[in-house]
Design a protein around this ligand. Structure first.
Ligand code: NAD
Length: 408
């Protein structure tokens, strides 16, 4: 691993690193570069992790969070390596993080300075995107500072961006669920379509609300929905057009909790309602070994990143509940980003998401099925992703070798 230090890590960054030895998370896949950014004159501290670029420039968002850690940024970069490989995109994995309080800083000023500091890696090694507390406005600033439209996706429309609000990720999750049912209905008691199936959705922001819209248009019953403030339940199906008025809530008053026509339930009991498919679409680590035995579902579809711990997944598997992994089902966003990178329209992006998610879900499940037995889909998904990255790494090594021989 090559560690490129723009400058010495600042004091706060060293504190942040105290318990993290960068070599502890490096392995044969990466990271290729870890770049620390320090601009004390404006109080900027940041980190860019370029994990693996064998398949193409590292793709991954940029987040602003006070106390963002190198390990956190690395893990997100690594997830992008697998997600892009599995989606069959010519991208590797990377992630950027700025440690600051997003509510008290001038975000544009910080993002502009961060862009200037990492400019030499963009867009050949890193193509940025929005993430926590970074939206299209900051992405616009980033792209203008770099001076190249390929520097990021998630750009404002006037710079050729495809708006996040169109719901590319939620759409992709819906397509993955439909494909899963088509494949699994051949080997299990699951039905072939979502029509009449009962769903519980945790989280009603960009991903959860777009997915609810998609599923309800196809005749599915959404029996439970939650957000940060609460949850509602209706065994006959929640009225989704009414519920959508409470999507993207940022205050308790807007919460789904206030939606009429359903019973209020405790927020986290959304995970335990009797349903056919449970979709965590909020935060990480919500299904753990402590609560896995309480789930009453047939399938868990990971719309959020890392909602299920490894131990919980093993418990669920023993109970006959399959988990469709995040880096397969929530890749709609990054596939949409690829379409934006190619300069395609929103319609073209949705069509690409539809075909890629369908193809990849089918491939993963077919590789998981052996007669009437099904292995955990995460295992076969990981195998496919690793094989693709390995092949590209070998190709790159062979090219390097040829170049060295020619130079001699
Ligand atoms: P969002 O901020 O738009 O929505 C998050 C929702 O989760 C909100 O409704 C919020 O109230 C709710 N929430 C927060 N804490 C909760 C809790 N403890 N219990 C129940 N609900 C809670 O975020 P999003 O863009 O919809 O992303 C949701 C998840 O999907 C995240 O894990 C994100 O990393 C992942 N994801 C998003 C995208 C994307 O394109 N938006 C792509 C890939 C993965």
């Amino acid at each position: 691993m090559e560690k490129t230090k723009m400058q010495e890590p600042p004091k706060a960054m060293l504190d942040m690193l105290e318990n993290v030895n960068v070599s502890a998370f490096s392995d044969e896949w990466g990271p290729e570069k870890v770049i620390f950014v320090n601009k004390p004159e404006i109080g900027l501290e940041g980190i860019l992790v370029i994990d693996n670029t064998a398949l193409g420039p590292g793709k991954g968002g940029m987040r602003i969070r006070l106390g963002v850690t190198p390990l956190e940024v690395f893990k997100l970069a690594r997830t992008m390596t697998w997600k892009c490989a599995l989606a069959d995109l010519p991208f590797g994995g990377a992630k950027g993080g700025i440690s600051a309080d997003p509510y008290s800083i001038d975000k544009s000023k910080y993002v502009k300075a961060f862009a200037a500091a990492v400019a030499e890696f963009v867009p050949d090694k890193w193509i940025a995107a929005p993430d926590m507390n970074v939206g299209e406005k900051e992405i616009g600033v980033f792209v203008e500072e770099i001076g190249d439209l390929r520097a990021a996706t998630g750009k404002p429309e006037h710079l050729g961006g495809i708006p996040h609000e169109l719901g590319t990720t939620g759409f992709g999750v819906g397509v993955s669920i439909e494909t899963t049912l088509q494949v699994l209905s051949q080997v299990s008691k699951l039905q072939e379509s979502v029509e009449g199936l009962r769903f519980a959705i945790q989280g009603f922001g960009n991903v959860g609300s777009e997915l609810a819209k998609y599923l309800s248009n196809k005749g599915a019953k959404i029996v439970a929905i939650s957000d940060y403030w609460g949850a509602i339940y209706n065994r006959n199906g929640i009225n989704i057009s009414r519920a959508l008025k409470h999507a993207y809530a940022t205050t308790p008053a807007q919460s789904i909790n206030n939606c009429n026509g359903a019973t209020k339930i405790e927020r986290d009991s959304v995970l335990y309602v009797d349903c056919d498919i449970l979709v965590p679409a909020a935060i990480a680590n919500v299904i753990t070994q402590k609560n896995a035995h309480l789930l009453k579902t047939k399938l868990v579809v990971e719309a959020a990143n890392n909602p299920t711990t490894n131990r919980a997944e093993q418990i669920l598997f023993k109970k006959g509940i399959l988990v469709l992994p995040d880096f397969l089902v929530n890749a709609g966003g990054v596939i949409g980003s690829y379409a934006e990178y190619l300069g395609k329209s929103a319609d073209e992006a949705f069509s690409l998401i539809n075909s890629k998610i369908r193809q990849n879900t089918q491939l993963v499940l077919e590789n998981s099925i052996n007669g009437k037995r099904i292995a955990p889909p995460r295992t076969s998904a990981m195998l496919i992703a690793k094989e693709r990255v390995l092949k590209a790494m070998k190709g790159r090594m062979a090219q390097e070798l040829i170049k060295t021989k020619i130079r001699r």
